[in-house]
Design a binder for this molecule. Structure first.
Ligand SMILES: C[S@@+](CC[C@H](N)C(=O)[O-])C[C@H]1O[C@@H](n2cnc3c(N)ncnc32)[C@H](O)[C@@H]1O
Length: 357
C-alpha cells in the first residue's frame, strides 16, 4: 500500500530513484501519510519524548535564560521570541507561565511559533489559548526589535542528504522507490564541487562521508538575515556531536524504539544528529558567530536547574520529590540527554552573551 504511494503521485511518475532528503520529506511531512501530519508523536503514547515534556524545569531554565538575555540587551521595549517547531506547545506554555514572574519582560515580549504541521499547530493553539501567540508561516517574516529564535529538537527533524566517497568518487544516497516489496538505498555518482558552490560551504573537506540538511542551511541563511543587523540570536538545543569528521547518524524511531529507516513509511520518526562543526562553518560564511557551545547538562546546571529542583520539591511528599529528580536526571545525566544534547548560541559579531556557556 505504502509502496504504491509514490506511483500514485504525478511528481514521481516514471521515477526509479529519489534523493534521501526527498524520501524523508515525504515520510514525515507530506499529505496524510506524513509522520508529523496525522498524529501527535510526542509523549508517552507517541513515538518519542522531548525535554520540555520530560520536566517543566527545562522550559523554566530556557525562560530564565531569555529574560537574562533581554536584561543584557538593556531591557528593549519590544523583544520577539520565535520558537521553531512548537511540537505540542509544552515549552512555550511553561515559559509563558514563568514570564508571569517578570512583568516588565512580559510586557515587552512577543511570542511566535513557526510550525509546519497543521495538526500540531491545532494542538498548540488549543494548549496556548491563554497566551498571546502568533503563528508565522515563513522565516522572512519582518519583526521589529531584537529577536531570539529557539530551536529545541527542530533541526534534527529536517530531512537530510547523505554522500559517501568510494575510490575518490563521491556518491549521493538515493532511495529506490520502484521495487514492489520494499524500499532500498541506491548510490548515484554526484558532483560535490557543484553542490559546494551552490551552498557556499566546502562540506567535503577531509571527509569520507557527508550528512547535511539542505533545509537546515536554508533556514540558517534566512535567520542570519534576521539577526545580522539586529540584537538577539538563535539558540539551538539538539542531538549532536562536535567532531570534524562526519558520520552516518540517520535513525528512525517508532514507539520509543529504533526502527528501520526505510520501513514503516510515515509511521516512524526519522532523525539525525547535528554536526555542530558543520553548522559553525556555515555561520562563519554568513558572518555570524558562535557565542558558545556546551552540553545540555552544563547549560542547565549553569542556569541553576539543581537549585530550582530543590526549591520546587521542598515540602513535597517523597514520591513527588522522587519524580522531580528522576525527570531531572534524564535531562542532565551524562549517559542520557545531558551529553547527547548540545546547546549552541549563534549571534551577530557585535553581541556578547555568555550565560549558560
Ligand atoms: C521533534 S519536534 C520538537 C518539538 C518541540 N520543539 C519540543 O521540544 O517538544 C519537531 C517540531 O518541528 C516541526 N517542524 C519540522 N519541520 C518543520 C519545518 N520545516 N518548518 C516548521 N516546523 C517544522 C514539527 O512539526 C515539530 O513540531
Amino acid at each position: 500500500m505504502v509502496l504504491s504511494y509514490f506511483t500514485k503521485k504525478m511528481k514521481y511518475k516514471n521515477k526509479k530513484y529519489i534523493p534521501l532528503d526527498n524520501f524523508i520529506n515525504e515520510a514525515l511531512y507530506k499529505s496524510k501519510f506524513g509522520f508529523y501530519m496525522k498524529k501527535n508523536p510526542i509523549g508517552k503514547n507517541g513515538d518519542f519524548i522531548t525535554a520540555p515534556n520530560i520536566s517543566i524545569l527545562f522550559s523554566e531554565m530556557i525562560a530564565i535564560w531569555i529574560v537574562s538575555f533581554w536584561e543584557k540587551l538593556n531591557y528593549p521595549k519590544n523583544i520577539n521570541i520565535i520558537e521553531l517547531g512548537g511540537g505540542n506547545g509544552e515549552m512555550i506554555y511553561r515559559m509563558g507561565l514563568s514570564f508571569k514572574n517578570f512583568p516588565s519582560f512580559r510586557k515587552a515580549c512577543n511570542l511566535f511559533i513557526y510550525e509546519k504541521s497543521p495538526l500540531l499547530k491545532k494542538i498548540q493553539m488549543k494548549r496556548l489559548k491563554e497566551f498571546n501567540i502568533k503563528w508565522i508561516n515563513n522565516l522572512d517574516y519582518k519583526l521589529k526589535g531584537p529577536k531570539i529564535f529557539l530551536a529545541n529538537e527542530f533541526f534534527d527533524s529536517l530531512p537530510i542528504k547523505q554522500f559517501l566517497k568510494k575510490n575518490d568518487i563521491w556518491f549521493e544516497r538515493y532511495v529506490d522507490i520502484s521495487t514492489k516489496d520494499k524500499f532500498k538505498f541506491k548510490e548515484i555518482k554526484s558532483n560535490i564541487e557543484k553542490l559546494e558552490k551552490k551552498i557556499g560551504v566546502k562540506i567535503s573537506k577531509n571527509q569520507k562521508f557527508i550528512e547535511y540538511s539542505p533545509l537546515c542551511f536554508k533556514y540558517l541563511k534566512k535567520i542570519s538575515k534576521q539577526i545580522l543587523n539586529e540584537k538577539g540570536g538563535l539558540l539551538i538545543i539538539d542531538y549532536g556531536y562536535l567532531n570534524d569528521k562526519m558520520i552516518n547518524t540517520l535513525q528512525s524511531v517508532k514507539n520509543h524504539k529504533k526502527s528501520n529507516v526505510l520501513s514503516n513509511f510515515g509511521n516512524s520518526d526519522i532523525t539525525y544528529n547535528l554536526n555542530f562543526k558543520l553548522i559553525e562553518k556555515l555561520i562563519h560564511s554568513l558572518r555570524l558567530q558562535k557565542q558558545g557551545i556546551t552540553t545540555q547538562r552544563n547549560f542547565l546546571i549553569k542556569l541553576g536547574i539543581m537549585k530550582r529542583a530543590e526549591i520546587i520539591s521542598k515540602n513535597l511528599p517523597f514520591s513527588k520529590k522522587t519524580d522531580i529528580y528522576f525527570r531531572l536526571k534524564r535531562l542532565i545525566d551524562i549517559n542520557d540527554m545531558g551529553e547527547l544534547f548540545k546547546v549552541m548560541l549563534i549571534t551577530n559579531k557585535k553581541t556578547k552573551f555568555q550565560i549558560g556557556f
